[in-house]
Design a protein around this ligand. Structure first.
Ligand SMILES: CC1=C(/C=C/C(C)=C/C=C/C(C)=C/C=C/C=C(C)/C=C/C=O)C(C)(C)CCC1
Ligand SMILES: [Fe+2]
Length: 565
């Protein structure tokens, strides 16, 4: 049953009292612990940071004070109050936020952010950031006002965990514990058919050209359509074609007309490049790339495109079918590092499916490509493709740093591995090698670099600006927002000491002619355990507005923009 949050001031909200069903949520845990351990319980009182209108205070009937929840993450001694690495407090909430500053009147629409926001089932705590059940957050902007909300995605994996109070599907690093030998044998069979893989769509959210909104992860079955207004789960997005397979890139390239994706082939190492036209559910394979090295395709969390080409990266961090079968996490989870297999970049013509270049390049590690474009000579002939990514200096240790225990235990040491904007140059003249260099001095952004966005009008085209998370050291996770000028090779950085911002997402001003004319949206977990939505001017990178949430939200990965009408 829904209950109305009692309100003072202009923040209002509705909470769903069903909370996590079969899960023991923080509220229930608190009640239990307060019986057992005499922990007191008090209502949440937030003093809003707003200066205009005057600061209201907000009370809710249900939540407990954040400090009291610290002991609830089992077996962790948390030196940090950050909400970023803790499970979301409630299954859903919605309310209007008080704005400090001014939101431009042209900003009309919905910013959605997806991410793994629920990292426990019952008393069991998950191990890795990427394991958590998907939490969607919504910021709806209109007439300078901001309505916010969050809600869990009702995947089969989430519903089964809630019902049975245990993990029932294979997540990124978590595997269901079989009850007995027979169920173990059944589990193996399910694994081969893909039935035991998760559909927990916790990585990205996209708006298709026809307006449908879909949440995604790397399993194909984890493509789930949601309602962007209510955050309600509509159901699985079913691909109507025959391509099957178990995994795909978590970041398709989406435009008003197309959806491009990569389907790795684990049996005959390679990738299918597929296109789905807006308004359909049918992927059509445009071409295939055979791997040039290694026992399996390289991990393709994302890939870039130019106006005419799809770039297929072949990274030496490769999928590993054996690791997919294992019950306990291996050092690189479902992947393996194969430096001897070398690294390659393939360029496929979008129109013909023909491979126009396939070059060896220096070893690299990336999750996220930023953009790519065609480099032309004086006569307008394309002589190379330039592709930029957030590159982790060919070092796979970043995966381990994203274990929750590491994220939760920051005590001032500088443990975030260095990263940079890696720029590939892939010649199209038959030269067998491409190059990889830093696009700017990594010290400009504190040698942290991930979670990037660009002005979508520059997708596949020569561009100048990228927005991303950088670092102010010492840190254990990217903790700044950075605007990268790839022409001047300079960065502007925003930082709230002790806070963790999520992916800065650029929304262009309608009618803008300058590439950086727009607003950058991010959500911040602050050092006090609270959080706020932040709006920066895309050009000056100065803060224009912020709006405090009623409680700190977990870290989220990727967002999208759904314009009004
Ligand atoms: C869910 C299953 C799988 C894989 C899921 C994966 C690989 C999800 C990956 C999410 C990523 C790479 C997010 C990246 C975030 C990067 C950050 C925050 C970087 C910060 C650095 O500075 C499979 C393994 C495919 C199959 C089982 C189920
Ligand atoms: Fe991603």
């Amino acid at each position: 049953m829904a209950s109305i949050v009692s309100i003072t001031g202009t923040i209002s909200g509705v909470v769903n009292e069903q909370y996590f069903g079969g899960f023991e949520n923080d509220e229930k845990k608190l009640a239990r612990l307060s019986k057992n351990k005499s922990i007191g319980r008090q209502g949440l009182t937030i003093t809003n940071v707003a200066t205009r209108p005057p600061p209201p205070s907000v009370t809710t009937s249900t939540p407990a004070h954040h400090d009291q929840l610290e002991g609830l993450v089992k077996a962790e001694n948390l030196p940090t109050k950050l909400a970023a690495w803790r499970s979301i407090r409630r299954e859903r909430w919605e309310g209007e936020l008080v704005i400090e500053g001014e939101i431009p009147m042209w900003l009309k629409g919905t910013y959605l952010r997806n991410g793994p926001g629920m990292w426990h089932v019952g008393d069991y705590n998950f191990r890795h950031l990427f394991d958590g059940y998907a939490t969607l957050v919504r910021l709806y902007f209109e007439d300078g006002r901001l309505i916010a909300g969050h809600r869990q995605i009702e995947s089969e994996a989430y519903k089964a965990a809630r019902k049975n109070n245990k993990i029932c599907y294979r997540e990124f690093s978590e595997v269901p514990k079989p009850d007995n030998f027979l169920s173990y044998v059944g589990e193996l069979a399910n694994l081969f058919s893909g039935a035991s893989l998760t559909d927990n769509a916790n990585t990205g959210v996209i708006m298709l050209g026809d307006g449908r909104v879909v949440c995604l992860t790397e399993t194909i079955k984890g493509s789930i359509q949601i309602n962007p207004d209510t955050l309600e789960t509509i159901g699985r997005f079913e691909y109507s074609d025959k391509w099957g397979g178990l995994i795909h890139s978590a970041h398709p390239i989406v435009t008003s007309t197309d959806f491009w994706t990569l389907l790795p082939d684990l049996i005959r190492p390679g990738y299918m490049v597929a296109r789905m036209a807006a308004g359909t559910n049918e992927r059509k394979v445009v071409g295939r790339v055979d791997c040039r090295g290694g026992p399996a395709p390289g991990w393709v969390h994302s890939f870039p495109v130019t106006d005419h080409y799809v770039i297929v990266p072949e990274m030496p961090l490769r999928y590993c079918a054996q690791n997919l079968l294992k019950a306990e996490p291996t050092p690189l989870y479902k992947f393996e590092w194969h430096p001897e297999s070398k690294a390659f970049m393939h360029v496929m013509c979008k129109a013909s499916g023909k491979i126009v270049a396939s070059v060896e390049i220096p070893l690299y590690v990336t999750f996220h490509f930023i953009n790519a474009y065609e480099e032309k000579d004086e006569d307008g002939r394309v002589r190379a493709v330039i592709a930029d990514c957030c590159e982790h200096n060919a070092d796979t240790t970043i995966l381990d740093k994203l274990r929750l225990q590491n994220l939760r235990s920051f005590a001032g040491q500088d443990v975030l591995p260095d990263a940079r904007v890696g720029r590939f140059r892939i010649p199209l003249d038959g030269t067998p090698h491409g190059t990889l260099e830093a696009a700017l001095d990594p010290d400009e952004h504190g040698r942290g670099m991930d979670m990037c966005s660009i002005n979508p009008a520059y997708l596949g085209k020569q561009y100048r600006y990228a927005y991303a998370c950088g670092a102010q050291r010492p840190c254990n996770f990217p903790n700044t927002l950075t605007k990268i000028d790839l022409v001047k090779k300079k960065a502007k950085n925003w930082c709230d000491p002790g806070a963790i911002p999520s992916e800065p997402f650029f929304v262009a001003r309608p009618g803008a002619t300058e590439e950086d004319d727009g607003v950058v949206i991010s959500m911040i977990s602050d050092k006090n355990g609270e959080g706020y939505a932040l709006m920066l001017d895309g050009s000056t990178f100065e803060e224009i507005a912020r709006a405090k949430f009623p409680y700190g939200l977990p870290y989220g990965l990727h967002g999208c923009w759904v314009p009004k009408d």
